[in-house]
Design a protein around this ligand. Structure first.
Ligand code: ADP
Ligand code: MG
Ligand code: MG
Length: 905
């Protein structure tokens, strides 16, 4: 097994397509070498070693790779001419983690490793820049202390012990920025940092470069299993088994003085998708400074710099003098960087997110990857690349993350409302979107409030990986510090969350839980709105409207239409939902639940009257009151779905769900039906069941009270005839729920067909209709061939089918599913992602058996899974005719269906 891959000086043992083994960072560092981009030399320890480390432990792995590590360090030394662990000619390195898929901020990096007192003296002498030497040293002790020696605070209000020391010193010296500390200050920091380490860990800070190196390697491997990393993997469905690689790389120094810098850049705008090279940099700084939001970073391109200044309300003179672009301050390097970003984008055929460092006027690239982006940017960039001829149509489809389309469907601020809104602050448009919510300051509060269905906006000075959970449940994020590439901005864009960063005028007080904006003090719980597209922060909740779904979105959806073979229907119970779904591309209704219709207004009264009826005759009287109401509902839905199929499910839930549970309403019902309260109470109580989900429901209602099915069938057929007379192209499908036995559906089909015949005779007119069943009881899947003989279609009700296959009550599973996922017993919630292995087998078998018995059988699924990309792809593989999902998931399902078609081909 090859444990280590080296790179440097235009050569590399790895390649871009070796991400699984080398991690994304390592694979691309290798590739950049191969295509002639300047990258400091180094080596990558593979993810396989991380897996072994986790399985066999530290000693076994060190034994295995010790010699290789030594040889690889020599490889670096050969290329730089310096020596690791040699105070007379020292080589420093960075130790960086890198998983197969990018996990921003998840794993920790240590810079300037290999330094100690003696080395610092040499670096100071050799560079003629003692400030640089001691700045690097104090940074190293801090990073090593935090990352490797575990001194990073875990409590949200605790401050990093090293930061506390820095703050204290800055206060004592009366300065604001780290850069204002002089050499003696930095030396003092190193001494005090080490003392803090000794106090905290009881051990001296390691001075031997190899001790430091191994410590850092262990820390990277260990960080694969830290809480943040585990959470991120879970949120993004990244397999635990992947492991991380370790990259050890020669340092280049952005903190060597005013001819040095460090920065982050994107070949296109990750928020909007605009084809504009953009990024930020800091002079005389190192690595994390840009993302950490410690100092205000400057823009790389002059155009971006001007846009930025405008948003910040900074004049052109002030901008040019205080915040010049890289184009203005280091034109040669900027030009080279522009060329490199072009080269990288052309090479990878996608938007690149890059890190660079300039050491004494020489540009080095430290990372490139396909940039994270918002849903809007995802769509625009793919369509732009298609128009530029860089990628083809199928690649556009493959590039989409279906789930991200969701962001484009969300409301945007109402233009008129924004005009009259009061702007309290302005920051950077870090991640587009409109968000309104109540202010919270801490991640755990955000989680807690969100769990109570509150809309929150997280307001912070800056964010860090600890805030991830909170950010993921917030409507939006507002920070006082940090640029377009700050942690908040990058993570928000990745999540498709609205974010305004670097609103410098707001004053956040974590202790008091207040934020002051434009003279007004907001408390936790107060409402604000933030506009991630303009950077504006508004007072109160600003009204929103539906977004425009034309342009590139429409173009991508047209491509989806072109390539997909399976159709997408919607679950809709009202004309309004039906119209919305149609707008979003649904080609029919796969599930129209009739029970919801019984709750509206006075209808519930007639329904209850029907339920407590003592005999068939009384029941028929009540049903006759319901008939015109149902018919009217169906007419509206048929009209909205003109030209498409509408699948209507007959009454499904247990009757107990409809009866009154409060004495007051029971009394009303008693009056209404001319019975005593006692009688009504008795009937209602009598309807209560031990296991309602397995009780008197579904077709069991229709078979025990045939007149209910009769009324519903009549309402459907009459409605169809009525709209047909108006010229509507109507295609009703009548669906019987909860079939387990062939005779159940036989009897129901019989009632439906007899009723239709009667109505046709009364009207002297006919309309084509279909009768089908849901397959949601495992027994129905097992005898699907028998059932298929009597129906035109199957629709898998995967919610109930999952419930009954697992034996998990959907309403109670919340108690243990989260724990099951944490324990790894289940990888995913089977109610969200179709369990292909178990439930999927039933779907596959029933489809096969059903189609064998009835070749014309039409098959689809309804249920939450119909809008979940992985489940949609599975349905495509089984060649189902359609999936059906809620209106807002229709575009996601359409894209997933197209992806499945493209990937399978
Ligand atoms: P992350 O995955 O959090 O971005 P990185 O490993 O990319 O972590 O490193 C963190 C920061 O340190 C980045 O800004 C990166 O460019 C910088 N960096 C990493 N290695 C070196 C190096 N050898 N020389 C200079 N800067 C480096
Ligand atoms: Mg990085
Ligand atoms: Mg069901």
């Amino acid at each position: 097994m090859k444990a280590i891959y080296t790179f440097g000086n235009g050569q590399a043992e790895g390649r871009a397509d070796m991400k699984d083994l080398l991690g994304g960072k390592g694979a691309n560092l290798a590739e950049m070498n191969l295509i002639g981009v300047p990258v400091p030399p180094g080596f990558t320890i593979t993810t396989e070693i991380c897996t072994l480390y986790n399985q066999k432990g530290r000693e076994a792995v060190v034994e295995m790779i010790k010699d290789d590590v030594m040889k690889s360090v020599e490889h670096i030394e050969k290329l730089t001419g310096n020596k690791f662990n040699d105070p007379s000619n020292p080589q420093l390195v960075s130790v960086r983690s890198g998983a197969p898929v990018s996990m921003p901020g998840m794993m920790d990096t240590v810079l300037n490793l290999g330094i100690n007192d003696e080395v610092a003296e040499t670096l100071a002498k050799k560079s003629g820049n003692p400030r640089f030497a001691w700045d690097s040293y104090r940074r190293f002790v801090q990073m090593y202390g935090d990352v490797v020696l575990g001194m990073k605070p875990t409590n949200k209000t605790d401050i990093d012990p090293f930061e506390a020391i820095i703050e204290e010193l800055k206060e004592k010296k009366g300065v604001k920025f780290d850069t204002e500390l002089d050499v003696d200050d930095l030396k003092e920091l190193v001494v005090r940092f080490k003392a803090a380490v000794k106090e905290n860990t009881g051990k001296d800070f390691p001075t031997d470069a190899y001790d430091q190196l191994w410590g850092a390697i262990y820390a990277v491997f260990d960080s694969w299993n830290n809480d943040r990393a585990i959470l991120y993997r879970r949120m993004n469905q990244i397999p635990e088994e992947y492991g991380t690689a370790v990259n050890v790389q020669a340092m280049v120094y952005g903190n060597m003085g005013n001819n040095s810098a460090t920065g982050v850049c994107f070949s296109r705008d990750a928020g909007t998708g605009e084809n504009l090279f953009n990024g930020e940099y800091l002079i005389n700084a190192q690595g994390e400074d840009v993302v950490a939001g410690v100092r205000t970073p400057q823009q790389i391109m002059t155009e971006g710099s001007r846009r930025w200044a405008k948003l910040q309300g900074i004049s052109e003179e002030e901008r040019a003098a205080k915040y010049p672009s890289l184009e203005e301050s280091m034109p040669e390097c900027a030009k080279q960087l522009v060329d490199i970003q072009h080269k990288l984008e052309e090479h990878y055929h996608d938007m690149q997110d890059m890190e660079f460092t300039i050491q004494d006027g020489k540009l080095w690239l430290l990372q490139t990857r396909n940039g994270k982006r918002t849903g809007a940017a995802m769509v625009k960039i793919a369509m732009d690349l298609l128009r530029e001829g860089a990628i083809d149509e199928k690649t556009v489809i493959k590039r989409m993350e279906p789930g991200k389309l969701d962001e484009l469907l969300h409301p945007v601020f109402d233009k008129a409302a924004v005009k009259s809104a009061k702007v309290m602050a302005k920051g950077l448009p870090a991640s587009p979107g409109a968000a309104t919510g109540q202010i919270v300051f801490f991640a755990d509060d955000a989680e807690e409030w969100a769990s109570r269905k509150k809309k929150v906006i997280m307001v912070r000075i800056e964010t860090s990986p600890e805030d991830l959970r909170g950010m993921s449940v917030a409507q939006g994020i507002l920070t006082a510090r940090g640029g377009m590439t700050s942690h908040a901005a990058v993570v928000a864009r990745g999540m498709g969350k609205c974010c305004v960063s670097g609103a410098g005028t707001i004053k956040v007080d974590y202790k008091a839980r207040t934020v002051e904006m434009d003279g007004k003090t907001y408390n936790e719980g107060d409402w604000i709105s933030i506009n991630g597209s303009t950077g504006e922060v508004y007072d109160g909740a600003v009204a929103t409207v539906d977004p425009d779904l034309g342009g590139d979105y429409a173009a991508v959806m047209a491509l989806a239409e072109k390539f997909s073979t399976m159709d997408v229907y919607t679950n809709a119970d009202s004309p309004r939902d039906a119209r919305k779904a149609r707008e979003l591309g649904a080609h029919g209704i796969g599930l129209c639940r009739t029970e919801h219709m019984f709750f509206e207004g006075d209808r519930i009264k007639a329904m209850r009257e029907m339920i407590i009826a003592p005999d068939e005759a009384t029941r028929r009287v009540a049903l006759a009151k319901l008939l015109p109401l149902q018919r009217g509902d169906f007419e509206g839905i048929f009209e909205a779905m003109d030209g498409y199929e509408v699948t209507i499910r007959l009454l499904d839930p247990p009757l107990h769900e409809f009866v009154p549970h409060q004495l007051e309403t029971m009394r009303e019902l008693a009056e209404q039906t001319g019975r005593t309260l006692e009688e009504v109470k008795l009937i209602c109580d009598g309807l209560e069941e031990f296991n309602p989900m397995l009780g008197h429901r579904g077709c069991r209602l229709g078979n025990t009270y045939p007149e209910i099915t009769e009324m519903q069938a009549r309402a459907i057929i009459e409605a169809a005839l009525n709209v047909k007379a108006k010229g509507v192209d109507v295609h009703p499908k009548i669906m019987v729920p909860l079939i387990g036995v062939k005779n159940e559906i036989k009897m129901q089909a019989n009632i439906i067909n007899e009723t239709a015949k009667k109505v046709f005779a009364e009207r002297g007119e006919t309309v084509a209709y279909k009768v089908g069943t849901m397959i949601e009881i495992p027994r129905a899947a097992l005898v699907a061939d028998q059932i298929a003989e009597v129906v035109d279609f199957f629709s898998f009700g995967t919610n109930d089918l999952t419930q009954m296959t697992f034996g998990y009550s959907r309403d109670d599973a919340g108690k243990f599913l989260a724990i099951y996922k944490n324990l790894g017993i289940l990888k995913e919630d089977p109610f969200q992602v179709l369990d292909q292995e178990g439930v999927g087998q039933l779907v596959e078998m029933a489809t096969r058996k059903g189609r064998a018995a009835n070749p014309d059988l039409n098959v689809g699924i309804c249920g939450e899974h119909g809008g979940e990309p992985k489940s949609v792809k599975f349905c495509n593989k089984l060649k189902l005719n359609y999936v059906s999902c809620s209106p807002y998931r229709v575009p996601i399902a359409r894209l997933a269906a197209a992806q499945a078609a493209v990937e399978e081909a």
